[in-house]
Every structure is written in structure tokens, then in C-alpha cells.
Design a protein around this ligand. Structure first.
Ligand code: ITT
Length: 205
């Protein structure tokens, strides 16, 4: 049957398509189906991934795959974590209240992380990890969850424009290039998303 990718993030959708291609799965995206974006009201990656997967499975009447992911910085107590996308939302003030227009500025978000690390001093622990939680949901309400992770550290200033999101400041352990400087295949060999996908594929096939 057909699979819908319950994501409106083009960078993610591109990576998920590449990770599914070897298995002959050609998914359709939630954006292509004009599915609404549900509000991510969960407090964990799994809760948010399941909200997105169930919403798309019901909306499309197809099996849906959602990805909730984020950057967790050790010295910031795991922040931005589930709020990784929120940290990139541009802030505006309207009638004295903070609002957001939903547009994202990754440079601003990476700078926010770096600014907080800088406040902690020169020799602050710069270790961080990316985490990816995949949720699969069926129109009948059944569900599965798979988690992946990649450990690394943060660098500044940002380098490379090959990935998306926080890739230009993340260097995986054992590498010297950022995720923004390496080709998609190199990222897929070690990424949090590929790790979660390996578990998903092992379970499904
Ligand atoms: P959907 O919910 O529509 O899938 P989103 O961008 O809102 O898209 P998340 O709520 O999961 O997705 O936010 C996760 C953020 O973490 C995402 O916007 C990226 O900035 C960042 N992120 C996740 N995976 C990443 C990766 O492989 N490289 C760089 N940044 C990543």
C-alpha cells in the first residue's frame, strides 16, 4: 500500500525519501496531500511523533510515518530538545506581546544555542546529540515507535549548506566536518534518522 510522510519539513522529507528508496517505497508527503499540520502539544518526541502520524493516517486513510527530532545539548540540560524547531521561529512583538509568524530562521536558532553556551564560559562542555523518533500509524489506530541517535559536538561559526536545520553546527563524533559539509550519503551512514530507520526497517521487513 501507499505510505504518507507526515512531515511538512522539506529537509526531512528529502532524507526520508532517500532512506526509503532502497526498499522500493515511494511515499507521498503530507504537503502534497494538503493535509493540515496538527499542533504538536506533546512534551516528548514520541508524543509529538504519534500526534503527527495519527493525524496523517486518519486524514489520508493511509499508513503514515512521522518524524519528531531535535538537538539536545548536554550543557543546556538537553535544550532545545523537543523545542528545537520552536527556537528557530522568528519572534515579533505585537501590541507588547511576543508573537510568531511561524517562519524559521536557522541562523538565529543556532546563534541562540551558541549564545547560551558562551555564557557558560570558554571551556564549557560542547557535546550534543541529535535524536530522531519515528512513529508509524495505521488508519485503524495501531502504532509503532522507533528511536535513533547520533552523538557529537557543536562548532561555531556554522559551516556548510548541504543539510538542513542545525546541520552546519553539528560535528558527529569521529568526524571533523559538520553535517552541513558532508554529502547526504555520508550523513545517512551515521545520522540519528538513519539509526531510527534501521530499527524501523528491521521491524517491518
Ligand atoms: P514536521 O513536524 O512537519 O516534521 P518540523 O521541522 O516541525 O517538521 P520537528 O518538530 O521534529 O520538525 O523539529 C525538529 C527540528 O530539529 C527541525 O526543524 C530541525 O531544525 C532539527 N533537526 C531535526 N533533524 C535534523 C537534522 O538531521 N539536521 C539538522 N537539524 C535537524
Amino acid at each position: 500500500g501507499k505510505l504518507v510522510i507526515a512531515s511538512h519539513n522539506q529537509g526531512k522529507v528529502r532524507e526520508i525519501r532517500a532512506l526509503l528508496a532502497p526498499y522500493g517505497i515511494e511515499p507521498i508527503s503530507a504537503a502534497e496531500l494538503n493535509l493540515p499540520e496538527p499542533e504538536e502539544t506533546g512534551t516528548t518526541f514520541a508524543e509529538n511523533a504519534l500526534i503527527k502520524a495519527h493525524s496523517a493516517a486518519k486524514g489520508a486513510n493511509m499508513v503514515a510515518l512521522a518524524d519528531d527530532s531535535g538537538l539536545c545539548v548536554t550543557s543546556l540540560g538537553g535544550a532545545p530538545g523537543v523545542y528545537t524547531a520552536d527556537w528557530a521561529e522568528e519572534e515579533f512583538f505585537h501590541a507588547g506581546k511576543r508573537t510568531t509568524d511561524g517562519s524559521r530562521n536557522w541562523y538565529l536558532a543556532m546563534g541562540k544555542v551558541e549564545g547560551r553556551l558562551a555564557q557558560l564560559g570558554m571551556d564549557v562542555d560542547r557535546s550534543a546529540f541529535f535524536t530522531c523518533t519515528l512513529a508509524l500509524a495505521w488508519p485503524d489506530g495501531s502504532e509503532r515507535v522507533f528511536e535513533g541517535r547520533v552523538n557529537g559536538s557543536l562548532t561555531w561559526p556554522p559551516r556548510g549548506d548541504k543539510g538542513f536545520g542545525y546541520d552546519p553546527v553539528f560535528v558527529a563524533n569521529g568526524m571533523d566536518k559538520t553535517f552541513g559539509e558532508i554529502d547526504p550519503d555520508a550523513k545517512h551512514a551515521i545520522s540519528h534518522r538513519a539509526d531510527a530507520f534501521a530499527k524501523f526497517i528491521a521491524d517491518m521487513f
